[in-house]
Design a protein around this ligand. Structure first.
Ligand code: PEP
Length: 251
């Protein structure tokens, strides 16, 4: 059995004031004080990162950002760099979330630049891929994922990918209450692992964590986590409440 530490990650998207974020993080730190099998991470909005890092100090909850820009610094109004995220207390950064692709013109090429910049700065990318409903319905799931992964990981040294976490998030399952069946999730996760094997070899493919995301809730997390190639969950809506997210962490 490969030694892949499971991960339960929460994406808070554009929710909460700074104060609400600190309250939720403080409660989550309390709830998750006892050990669990899984590593825990939350990704609040940029403005919440630093105060949330302080609220999480001494806890076992890691901090992540929801996006970043690839340049180190400069005249890029509104953008946030990897070193800014590190200085705010982040260890992780979500890259390529479908909402970034849909609403902010993110492409496979910009995702690649962000992943490379994150790895160069020692931030661990959580690289999101996933097909839309119409792509699945027209049997394009695997070709879409193949393209997203190959371009997203282009020109990256395989050794550096040890720090990367891959997240399969079928777009049709995000925020919809629809979850991939165990068969669908396993089929895609196995496909992604094989693809990583093809790109970087067996050792990385075996150790790479592949999370599932899409309407993960306390009542379906156990089944998802029992799937052999699923190494964790990226949770949106159900991560906003500390008690609910705590139930997912201790699945
Ligand atoms: C997400 O945004 O990454 C996500 C999986 O959202 P939800 O859990 O709400 O479907």
């Amino acid at each position: 059995m490969p030694d892949r530490k499971p991960m339960i990650a929460g994406n808070w998207k554009m929710f909460k004031t700074v104060q609400e974020a600190v309250e939720t993080a403080t409660r989550l730190a309390e709830i998750t004080a006892s050990p669990s099998e899984a590593e825990v991470m939350i990704a609040p909005s940029f403005v919440q990162l630093h105060p949330v890092a302080q609220a999480l100090a001494g806890s076992r909850v890691a901090l992540g950002a929801q996006d970043m820009f690839w340049e180190k610094e400069g005249a890029y109004t509104g953008a946030v760099s990897a070193s800014m995220l590190l200085s705010a207390g982040c260890a992780y950064v979500i890259v390529g979330h479908s909402e970034r692709r849909q609403f902010f013109a993110e492409t496979d090429e910009t995702v690649n630049k962000k992943i490379r910049a994150a790895l160069e700065s020692d931030l661990k990318p959580v690289f999101c891929v996933g097909e839309t409903e119409s792509e699945r319905d027209s049997n394009k799931t695997f070709s879409v994922l193949d393209k997203q992964v190959r371009i997203g990981l282009k020109n990256i040294v395989c050794d550096d990918l040890e720090k990367l976490v891959l997240a399969y998030e079928p777009v049709w399952a995000i925020g919809t209450g629809k979850t991939a069946t165990s068969e669908q999730a396993q089929e895609v996760h196995a496909f992604l692992r094989k693809l990583i094997e093809e790109i970087c070899g067996n050792s990385l493919a075996k150790s790479l964590r592949i999370l599932y995301g899409g309407s993960v809730k306390p009542n379906n997390v156990e089944e998802l986590m029992s799937i052999s190639d699923v190494d964790g969950a990226l949770v949106g809506g159900a991560s906003l409440d500390a008690e609910t997210f705590g139930k997912i962490v201790y699945y």
